[in-house]
Design a protein around this ligand. Structure first.
Ligand code: GDP
Length: 467
């Protein structure tokens, strides 16, 4: 072989080995509205950009061992998915005064190329560096609440909603759409002029259930977070709760039109999401804000538990998941993270982790999730408080310092204790916990964002991929 041919061959072999070492990982980030997805992704990308330099990531081995060679943002492969607004989020955090970034409203994506020195001897012999392309996908947890709809007919769903409306608080708020629908004959000619305002009133009810009653389990999930489908006819139907109606009325009638739209919603939005996106996720983090419902009361907290139950169904594809055959999911690591841990003094963080563990690992569920590596953690994506100790009535107690969100006033407080298991009556009577919202910290853009335990999240989610 001539010298040039040999060099060319070496070049080709090098590129081939490199391709073998490079990997892609699709990491999905979800959680219900305001659980902290935008803050989490912004801080995660920011920590990675500062990793190996000035970021504090002692529990993430590649950073602690000095094996990171460079991390940069690269264009995403999926041209139809909107880009995650990282720069805009940093701009808001760096503002005067700093503001929390705009929350997630739909799906978005950001890709990072993480160049590292492998630890694994075999990989190192092949080449002294490798790249992990990390694709981070952000999507609303509300979309996962819809999975159970796939197994339901329009009549079954309507019956379930009729049952739900027996609850006085929900029924009272539902007044406007219930009245509007009363005059609608199931076999009357389908008119958009009547269906569209009814669906809009129904959607307002779902929003009211969230805002006024602190409810989480609202279905259909896309009604509250429609993404790019805002105003589409397939988001214009309501459950038929005004007495039972047999099927068979064609789309030219009110009832038949609603039924057809319900089926369309299931096929295109629910199944479509699982097929197009969910099936391609390798790892998943589910963010949970346990603190807001603890502040709001037992109704809200119980509903969070129900919503998490519905969300978990998406991961119960271990052996017998009924929908496994449809989408062939491949998620092998699932992290549940209790967010906003900086609202608690450090002595409470373990209790918060245990509380989340109780919510997501209750009894029989553990077996159904087998086959997936699961972990729970309490973290703060962007730490907005400092913890310390203060003297109170002659005693030293733990306390937090930060600025209140509403008026930016500096405060020092002890928020109280979180329960480590599902809270009972005594907890709700004592009301031993009071959660104050904090303004984001003062932050210089050239520094990494302050956080709690994002390195532990990275170690669990990416640990094996950067070995
Ligand atoms: P999303 O709807 O899931 O995208 O939620 P966001 O990331 O927008 O978070 C909602 C709100 O929760 C923010 O506006 C902040 O007020 C608060 N938040 C989120 N993460 C943190 C955190 O790490 N610390 C604190 N103190 N507040 C947070």
């Amino acid at each position: 072989m001539s010298k040039t041919a040999l060099t060319q061959w070496r070049h080709k072999a090098g590129a081939w080995v490199q391709r073998g070492l490079d990997q892609r990982l699709r990491l999905a980030v979800t959680g219900l509205s305001r659980s902290g997805k935008t803050a989490f992704i912004t801080s995660l990308v920011n920590q990675l950009e500062h990793a190996g330099l000035d970021a504090r990531l002692p529990h993430w081995p590649p950073a602690a061992e000095g094996r990171l060679l460079g991390i940069k943002r690269v264009p995403s492969r999926h041209h139809h998915v909107p880009a995650f607004g990282y720069e805009a989020a940093l701009g808001q955090l760096a503002g005067t005064p700093p503001a929390w970034p705009e929350p997630t409203r739909g799906i978005s994506e950001i890709t990072l190329a993480i160049k590292y020195r492998p630890k694994n001897r075999l990989k190192r012999r092949l080449n002294d560096n490798a790249t992990l392309y990390l694709e981070i996908v952000d999507y609303p947890g509300e979309w996962l609440l819809d999975l159970p709809l796939l197994a339901m007919s329009y009549a079954q769903w309507s019956g379930q909603q009729r049952e739900l409306l027996r609850e006085p608080a929900l029924r009272e708020l539902a007044g406007p759409w219930l009245q509007m629908g009363e005059g609608l004959a199931p076999d009357g000619p389908a008119e958009d002029a009547r269906i569209a305002p009814l669906a809009a009133a129904y959607t307002r009810w779902l929003h009211d259930c969230k805002r006024e009653l602190g409810r989480y389990l609202v279905q259909p999930g896309r009604f509250v977070l429609p993404g790019e489908y805002q105003g589409a006819p397939m988001l214009q139907f309501v459950p038929w709760v005004w007495g039972e109606v047999g099927t068979g009325l064609g789309e030219q009638h009110h009832h038949g039109m609603m039924e057809a739209r319900f089926e369309h919603y299931k096929k295109h939005l629910v199944a479509g999401f699982y097929r197009e996106f969910f099936a391609g996720f390798d790892r998943q983090i589910v963010l949970v804000d346990c603190l807001t419902p603890l502040n709001r009361g037992p109704g809200s907290f119980t509903d969070l538990g129900r919503a998490l139950d519905a969300i978990l169904q998406s991961f119960e594809y271990g052996k017998s998941g009924w929908w496994r055959r449809l989408f062939a999911p491949r998620i092998d690591k699932l992290l549940f993270a209790a967010t906003k841990a900086d609202h608690l003094t450090p002595d409470q963080h373990c209790r918060l982790t245990r509380l989340l563990g109780t919510l997501v690992r209750g009894g029989h569920r553990q077996a159904r999730l087998s086959g997936i590596d699961i972990h729970t953690l309490a973290l703060a994506s962007i730490k907005a408080t400092h913890s310390g100790r203060v003297r109170h009535q002659g005693e030293e107690i733990p306390a937090l310092q930060g600025r209140r969100l509403e008026d930016l006033a500096p405060v020092t407080l002890y928020p109280g204790e979180v329960p480590e298991a599902l809270p009972g009556d005594d907890f709700w009577q004592r009301r031993g916990f009071d959660f104050t919202e904090f303004a984001p910290p003062e932050w210089r853009p050239e520094a990494p964002l302050p956080h709690l335990r994002l390195d532990q999240a990275l170690a669990f989610l990416l640990g094996d991929k950067l070995s």
